[in-house]
Design a protein around this ligand. Sequence first.
Ligand SMILES: Cc1cc2nc3c(=O)[nH]c(=O)nc-3n(C[C@H](O)[C@H](O)[C@H](O)COP(=O)(O)OP(=O)(O)OC[C@H]3O[C@@H](n4cnc5c(N)ncnc54)[C@H](O)[C@@H]3O)c2cc1C
Length: 379
Amino acid sequence: MTATMERIVVVGNGIAGLTACDTLRDRGFTGDLVVVGSEECAAYSRPALSKALLKPDADLTAHELPASGHGARELLGRSATGLDADRRVVVLDDGEELSYDGLVIASGSRARRLSEHPRELTLRDLADAHAVRDALAGAPDVVVLGGGVLGMEVASGAVAAGCRTTLVATSEPMSRQLGAHVSGLLTASARVQGLEIVVVDGAVVEERDGCPVVVSDTGRVFAADVLISAVGDQPNIEWLAESGLLTDGVLSVDAHGRVRDDIVAAGDVAHWGGLPRLALWTNAIEQAKVAASALLDPDAPELAFQHYFWTEQFGHSVKAVGDLPVYGAPEVISGEAGGTPAVLRWTHPDGSRTAIAIDQRIPIPKLRRLTAPGADGNG
Ligand SMILES: Cc1cc2nc3c(=O)[nH]c(=O)nc-3n(C[C@H](O)[C@H](O)[C@H](O)COP(=O)(O)OP(=O)(O)OC[C@H]3O[C@@H](n4cnc5c(N)ncnc54)[C@H](O)[C@@H]3O)c2cc1C
């Protein structure tokens, strides 16, 4: 298939787009490679935005990635606004039509908002991170809305910046993502460090006296100098609206990342193999490798990948290999179940395993080995 592909266009210059470009070159594509990216800067580490960049003494270059070596023509600060899949043309925001033989869709997602109020802050890109950082620096009171991992990382940054911080969530923070055991450890530590956590059944953002506030379903109002929402993300698929590629408003790909023979997708934008989106950094990387390979080679292997997740918050680091959330009591590999540092393991009903290291310097391959069938606690 490579021989017939003279130009491949990659839409999105995040980690999925970058990895797709690198993979295409690694797999021998020497043709015209063009990347279209809405952000003006080179691809960077998005996870660093809510971790390293929110520390009061932050290294403000912590998000930077090594310079890319793929040599693509980069159209940065430009957006795709349409796709004619039959004519194989991507339409750009200035009306330019970019033809392709192969297309990689890697346009990621954006933060979900609960209002249009400019003072409802969210954290998705580098500009957001600087805005949040600046806001925290001068704020006595902060409300974070959203009890997912991102909400807790933002709350951690706010507490570290010396802000009186309230986190409003619709369930115990991170219990849905991580399970009660690990989320319980982290939230207990966060509470000791001063985070107030309020669990409500539902909440909206409303404007009161010109400021955005959080209002719970029982009418309780949470007002603060700074409001930061971390209530999920939504895929950037509007530019595909007329393409015929969306099904029920969703971009679905098969286990190779294929939408059709000449179009693949990877990262936060796509639902893989009929499963719900799992918006994680290493997923975006592994999917992009598979999808870019599939564009060049009809016999390329499908995605076979064990999930990896990490978070850093309130002075703790968590690394997890395997499926999340985890339920029930863990098997203790080292440390203590209820304390840190510890390495813990869960075996799921289907026999698969998840290993989690908390505040433990352990190489990922070793953590991965702990999840192998029959592996004992020595990794
Ligand atoms: C603050 C934060 C912290 C995170 N922390 C973690 C973590 O600790 N661990 C973890 O596993 N995951 C984490 N994630 C998730 C992880 O960063 C994402 O899963 C990953 O970045 C997805 O990469 P992507 O390339 O698919 O999408 P994105 O990173 O969203 O990149 C897509 C790019 O495409 C651009 N784009 C959008 N539309 C268009 C268009 N029409 N035309 C051209 N360009 C377009 C966007 O501007 C963007 O630059 C975090 C995410 C955030 C926001």
